[in-house]
Design a binder for this molecule. Structure first.
Ligand SMILES: Cc1cc2nc3c(=O)[nH]c(=O)nc-3n(C[C@H](O)[C@H](O)[C@H](O)COP(=O)(O)OP(=O)(O)OC[C@H]3O[C@@H](n4cnc5c(N)ncnc54)[C@H](O)[C@@H]3O)c2cc1C
Length: 459
């Protein structure tokens, strides 16, 4: 379809904010995923909520698809404009609108990144814990995918930490959901419905967030294991024991090898490893660490290696956050198909070990990282998107893994979302809910202009 009329109408009021040059279109043709890219017809850079509103009104009139674009770090074809249309880039919307230290909350524009937010609040002794590995991810994109990360085991996901939203709806109207109260029983929870809706129900322009006081004591430790099973069973037992770890991250041998090289880590071993972090008072972090070390040793873990100074800790977690790029560096011309299952903690070892056997019997090398305290792990499978045979083999491994996880009571996506790539698995996971989800979509977006093709098909 040709969207020239829409583009000309947008140009007539915001000429300098709409771009159609090839390099900009290419940047908005996919996320960090392995899908074959497709160009949008134009990219609009929004500066304000009313900019978004004006553009959505024009698109609604002309039935032109609108694809919200935060930082484009999503992994399942979320931002790929499969039906063309206007990509609305929110990266200029970077204001921290309100900071309320006494109430531990703030209001930000959608384009603020977690790193920018944390830089701006640390002098007040505050932090925002949700940390997807892509540090440039926008808070708007994180809300739209219900992102989490290494801290979720202690602090929850975006759903736990968003109090309210400002949203531009498919007809260009603006709604405000939630508020600043820490809890509310006021009617249907539209905030939570919009979180994780991947730009298919509305465009989020502002987000009210919960914040936390920086703990008195933070300590991080690394523990190497002889076997992957020992590391996984440790993480399960730590959670089952009820230890309040702030982070417990698994990195397998292949990923450790890649990370040691990529992040120039010194004194680390190419062995299955757990990264721990403990938050609390000096006394409580010490107590937690002693128990975690005892549990680790009972599963063949070595003595903990401590990173107590802020710089050492930052280095450690930067290496963890860079794990995806370290994995990509193994095969520079390939793209990553990242799996994202999440299972009940008691099933974690079984799920990981069966998946490792599947990789081995298919001769596929895939680094693995896991937010194991939540039962969530990623195989970073590397393939050439133009090599259909290779990609098919990886898809089959992912297919078996997702079905295994669902069979165990888990989910196809712990944190990355559905996008284009997991639509079939959503049908397997929630067959009876698909019609209801389609009705929700129709109610919010009757003409199917908001990020069409994602999450559920429109009937
Ligand atoms: C190296 C790496 C590590 C990662 N690690 C994690 C991790 O640990 N945990 C995790 O959860 N994810 C992780 N991800 C995935 C990704 O970072 C998250 O999904 C993130 O939340 C996407 O944010 P974004 O701003 O890049 O959104 P985008 O990719 O721009 O958009 C994602 C989706 O949200 C929609 N969207 C974006 N902004 C808005 C808005 N303002 N209003 C409405 N819809 C919007 C888009 O249309 C799209 O459907 C990782 C990705 C990479 C590349």
């Amino acid at each position: 379809m040709n969207f020239k009329k829409t583009i000309n109408e947008i140009k007539s009021f915001k000429d300098n904010q709409i771009l159609t040059n090839k390099s900009i279109l290419e940047q908005h043709s996919r996320g960090e995923d392995y899908y074959i890219p497709k160009l949008p017809d134009a990219v609009f850079y929004a500066n304000t909520t009313s900019d978004i509103q004006e553009v959505v009104k024009i698109c609604a009139r002309n039935k032109t698809p609108v694809i919200p674009f935060g930082s484009g770090t999503s992994l399942e074809g979320h931002v790929l404009p499969s039906k063309g249309g206007i990509s609305i880039n929110l990266s200029n919307m970077k204001k921290i609108l309100q900071l309320n230290p006494q109430d531990l909350d703030c209001r930000v524009e959608a384009g603020v990144s977690r790193v920018l937010l944390n830089e701006n609040i640390k002098d007040k002794g505050l932090f925002f814990p949700i940390d997807p590995g892509a540090s440039e991810a926008s808070i708007g994109g994180m809300a739209a995918t219900n992102a989490s990360g290494t801290n979720a085991v202690r602090y929850g996901t975006m759903k736990t930490n968003v109090l309210g939203l400002t949203v531009v709806m498919a007809d260009g109207s603006i709604i405000k959901t939630g508020g600043r109260a820490k809890k509310s029983s006021a009617g249907y929870d539209l905030t939570k419905l919009l979180i994780g809706s991947e730009g298919t129900l509305g465009i989020i322009s502002e987000i009210q967030l919960k914040l936390y006081g920086i703990p008195e004591s933070i300590s991080s430790a690394v523990c190497h294991f002889d076997t992957l099973e020992g590391a996984v069973r440790t993480s399960m037992e730590v959670i089952q024991y009820g230890l309040q770890v702030a982070r417990i991250e698994l990195i397998d041998e292949v990923q450790m090898k890649a990370s040691i090289k990529y992040s120039k880590l010194q004194n680390f071993k190419e062995k299955p490893t757990l990264f721990f972090e403990f938050h609390g008072t000096k006394q409580s972090t010490k107590e937690q660490a002693i128990i975690a070390e005892e549990i680790s040793q009972s599963h063949g873990g070595e003595n903990f290696k401590w990173a107590q100074k802020t710089e050492e800790r930052n280095l450690l977690w930067k290496a963890r956050h860079d794990a995806y790029y370290a994995a990509l560096s193994i095969a520079p011309n390939k793209r990553a198909m990242s799996t994202d299952v999440c299972v009940p903690i008691s099933k974690l070892a079984e799920c990981i070990l069966e998946s490792q056997n599947d990789l081995a019997s298919n001769n596929v090398v895939a680094p693995m990282v896991g937010h194991v305290g939540d039962g969530n792990f990623h195989l970073i499978m590397l393939g050439d998107p133009n090599n259909s045979k290779e990609m098919e083999k990886l898809k089959q491994i992912n297919d078996r893994l997702v079905k295994r996880a669902i069979h165990m009571g888990g989910t196809c996506s712990g944190e990355h979302g559905i996008g284009l790539g997991k639509k079939d698995y959503l049908k397997i996971e929630h067959p009876t809910l698909i019609p209801l989800m389609q009705n929700v979509k129709k109610t919010f977006d009757p003409n199917n202009i908001l990020n069409p093709d994602k999450i559920v098909d429109f009937n």
